[in-house]
Design a protein around this ligand. Structure first.
Ligand code: SF4
Length: 107
């Protein structure tokens, strides 16, 4: 399993809202724990830094679709290893020469 970025997981799950940023979304919630932090109510509102959010993120398809904040993570941020990610190339296994074949010896 590989970890993908939080906002990429949101885009994958809900799509993208062009021309908008998370900072303008009703689901971006400000929290004060000594310092000021932002959380996405759709993604999850735990106290962990793993749910910290940035105003500059490209808005997802849930932009301004109001939800009740939930401390639990709403979506998984993991993808199976065999799933091809954007920009990744695929090399078919049969394009490799097998190295466990018996070697032919000359002479
Ligand atoms: S719901 Fe709002 S704050 Fe959360 S990722 Fe989407 S646009 Fe950003």
């Amino acid at each position: 399993m590989s970890i993908i970025k939080k906002i990429e997981a949101m885009h994958k799950q809900y799509g993208i809202t062009d021309g908008k940023k998370c900072g303008d979304c009703v689901n971006l919630i400000e929290r004060q724990y000594g310092n000021k932090y932002f959380k996405c109510a759709v993604y999850g509102m735990s106290c962990s830094t793993s749910t910290d959010w940035a105003k500059k993120y490209q808005a997802c398809g849930m932009f301004n679709v109001e939800v009740t904040p939930d401390k639990h993570r709403a979506i998984s941020i993991r993808v199976p290893e065999n799933e091809i990610m954007d920009g990744q190339i695929k090399i078919p296994l049969d394009s490799f020469e097998r190295c466990d074949k018996p070697q032919e010896v000359e002479g």
